[in-house]
Design a protein around this ligand. Sequence first.
Ligand code: GLN
Length: 487
Amino acid sequence: MSDLHLKTLTEIAAGLEAGEFTSLEVTESLLDRIDSSDDTLNAFITVTGEQARATAVAADAARAAGKAGPLNGLPLVHKDIFCTRDVLTTCGSRMLENFVSPYDATVVERLNAAGVVTLGKTNMDEFAMGSSNETSFFGNVRNPWDIERTPGGSSGGSAAAVAARLAPAATGTDTGGSIRQPAALTGTVGLKPTYGRVSRYGMIAFASSLDQAGVITRSAEDAALLLGTMAGFDERDSTCIDHPVPDYSAALQQSLDGLRVGIVRQHFDAGLDDQTGKAVREALAVLESQGAVLSEVDLPNIGLSVPTYYVVAPAECSSNLSRFDGVRFGHRANDASDLFDLYCRSRGEGFGDEVKRRIMTGTYVLSAGYYDAYYLKAQQVRQLIADDFRQAFADVDVIAGPTAPTPAFKLGDKTDDPITMYLNDIYTIGANLAGLPGISTPCGMVDGLPVGLHLVGPHWGEETLLRCAHQYQAATDWHTRCPEAFR
Ligand code: GLN
């Protein structure tokens, strides 16, 4: 069958169940596509063809034996931030260029236990620090909609692979927007769950109080399918919350009648590209026509979210990344004269410029003389932002707006100006600071490039977000568009 790559996860599941094709056939067809397209896109750091075939054979056997669960034999790819046993796990860094993980992340372990077939590990910004995938040690990823442009980041490889139909789904992580922003820039669906919904065990840490695992898919239905397996308590992550995991797929069909949707006025101010704003307003009108009730909400401190994030995230990263010392694992410099020289050289050689910038900023804001002025202040503002959301969710069920201020930008356009790059996450970062779930769904095209509608919910609001995105997708076809060169 020649169109297997065009199927969503849900469609593949149905075809496998009906015996129309096997997991091995789907796997072979996608591996062929990766082989022929990835020189252009650079979405993968590692392709695990041999393991994928073996898992697919096992999944087909399990099905024949009547032991197939809903995810059995479904292909996907993992962002290279998730530890995968016996497979290279680089986090996009020279520091971990040769690191083969001795264990699986909980997310990987749960999906494996459900019988998924992992095709490979995707490219990403180094240690997930970036919004364009240009900080990767393994080179930038190209956007399938226009290969001169970035797919966004830091989960750029995952987003590009799904958009180009090299895989129907991918895992990602989101510290400030890294699932939702690349989803918006590639015309895919990106879900970041509530902080604590999915275990962070085995997910290489960037900023632990903000990091959360999620998925990039082509439909809300597929995101619901995966989240049900990934979510849930894990005693190996002390921030993972023991909260019941609902049947996310069951909630999708409910209509939007009476759903209260809040619009944040500040999200439509200067800084938002006109055409992107127009597409998002049209999407809001669609929700309204489906019965949603729109109203304005105020998040008075949301304008402080980017500066707050760029104190908190670097502070946590400077601590998390201190483990890469050239001694225990990761890159080790040759010819060091003493221990201090070994640390300096190993870290100097192993980390790229953006990671160094974050470590230096983080060390500065945590230093004795500046802690109160920067870190403590940022934590206070973070609380104000979380309070703003709490108040807003007293009146609305969902907050809707743009995911990113512009469609995909050209490669190289923002690399010399970190502040402009940082502003790409202006609409997504608030949800991380407040620990809230968010989803981006395709909602239009601007000059041939996709743009995303961003929905944020209260804690544990994933069902509402998925339902809202699913109902919107039932009324529109933006999420089904495929870049011409990858049909
Ligand atoms: N772009 C943001 C940053 O560079 C967010 C990254 C992320 O969510 N991992 O920190």
